[in-house]
Design a protein around this ligand. Sequence first.
Ligand SMILES: [Zn+2]
Length: 136
Amino acid sequence: MSKHIQSYSSIDNTIGKMNDIELNETEWYFRDFMFRNYNTGVLQFDMEHIAGNMVKTYLRYRNAEPGHIASILRVVLENLISCKFLERRDKFVRIRDGISRLQCGKCYYICYLGNLEERLCLRCKSNELRTFPKKS
Ligand SMILES: [Zn+2]
């Protein structure tokens, strides 16, 4: 099992009914959310408003309870701080050193990785990541 998933399993007791799938999915959307903001020059986020903004941004969360998203995000944020994607400043989190949108050459998963993170696919751990072609 991957390091990524193990780190979530080890905190199972504190997250109750949440599961790895939900955590991983929310993390993916959150990384996407960070990437979109990063591209418009926004690097710092008030932690209180992230869940509400994700509900507004993604159809996937249109009917989600912001409080539920917020409780998942608390776990996701801890993880992303420990892997150097983000740093925490009081009630804000800040992108540490840019984000790259990459595609795995093995499983074709789209990964958004902080530039200080290990360059490994978030799904299969391959290091064959390539820059994802820009849309425009
Ligand atoms: Zn992969």
